[in-house]
Design a protein around this ligand. Sequence first.
Ligand code: HEC
Ligand code: HEC
Ligand code: HEC
Length: 340
Amino acid sequence: MTAALVCAFIIAVVSAFHAREGAAASAPAPDGKAIFATKCAACHQVSGAGAGPYPPLNGNGAVTASDTSNLILTVLNGRSGPIQVNGKTFSGAMPAWKDHLSNDEIAAVLTYVRSAWMNRAAIVTAEQVTTARYPVALTGGQIFAAKCATCHQADGAGTSAYPPLNGNPHVAASDPTEMIATIVNGRSGALSVNGATFKGKMPSWKGQLSNADIAAVATYVRSAWTNKAPGVTEQQVAASGPSVLSTVGASIFASKCAACHGANGQGRGHGTFPALAGNSLVNNNDPAAAIELIEHGRSMMPSWKGQLSAGDIAAVVTFIRTAWGNKGGAVSEQDVMAAK
Ligand code: HEC
Ligand code: HEC
Ligand code: HEC
């Protein structure tokens, strides 16, 4: 009787335990074997033996190598061209999976491939795949530590004065253009992040960080901590930020300013209309004096307030500060609104 009760109790505990274990196993962890069956077996075969132009993955030293970086890159980016496996040459094309499988899924399928059949190699972690997927994230992390962490903090949490970059929807936005422009041009004025308002000044990094550095640090902040947004390329950086402003600014300059200051900013009338190329006011680190002069005019220099919007003044000032060898740097609409 007592023995039966104890037995029933044990059975109840054990089955509750199994139920919980079952629940944990059915949680998201991807099934490497199932991924292999649906995505890879058509070419590499269920047995891993390969066929025709498709190399074997079973008994393949490249698959079981202790350094997994080439293996992960092959699956992320695909590969083609002749490869030698166990003395046989294959030269087909392995598709790229980076847009079709997550880091977790690639880790799972490679862990399966490295332990299935007669293979006996260690697991591949999602972190290893993440590092391979975002190779610049490492240098981006170094730039972040050197240039950004003093304000935004190493864990991206920010402070009461500096906005968080971790969990910040502007940082992880699917279109990174605005974030790139912020890093390139800086920004100031009220900024609201997850309900908190910040009113500081983010410095401009133009001229201090190359496009590649900006791509690296932007990729880092978009993929670090709990952020999971895709990386930013150098081309995206080159195509956004001040070049956009500057293109608008160039057309404003051509139609409103070039008649007096010359199409190349060289000035006219022997000094009556000053050169803007190499001009110290224009190149001044602080753009406020140039903005104020353009807004209010002085003697024969017309006032543009009311004729050009703050955004247009930012664009034309950005243009004259970056054209013809000038190195003053970009100016934001907020800078214009902050000027007197
Ligand atoms: C459309 C056919 C095809 C599919 C599907 C495919 N592969 Fe491949 N795979 C190839 C070919 C072809 C090569 C050899 C490429 C070469 O010749 O450079 C290859 C090469 C490889 C290699 C490199 C082997 C070595 O010796 O370096 C690995 C690892 C690999 N595939 C894993 C996978 C995994 C994992 C999947 C599923 C996510 C997959 N492949 C899906 C065709 C395919
Ligand atoms: C001197 C302090 C400081 C440094 C250094 C700094 N930031 Fe900032 N950053 C700020 C402030 C302040 C803001 C908010 C500006 C505002 O209120 O308009 C900001 C805003 C941002 C934003 C916009 C966030 C949003 O929600 O739109 C991004 C992105 C950003 N910073 C990235 C960086 C990166 C990347 C670096 C390093 C290259 C960096 N910051 C360095 C102070 C700083
Ligand atoms: C009608 C002719 C004229 C036009 C059009 C004109 N400017 Fe000027 N600008 C001048 C003159 C003249 C000065 C010198 C004013 C002075 O110092 O008294 C000047 C001065 C400047 C200065 C200051 C240069 C310095 O060294 O002090 C800047 C910057 C400037 N202009 C930018 C612009 C921009 C940008 C535009 C177009 C939006 C523009 N100007 C349109 C005539 C013009």
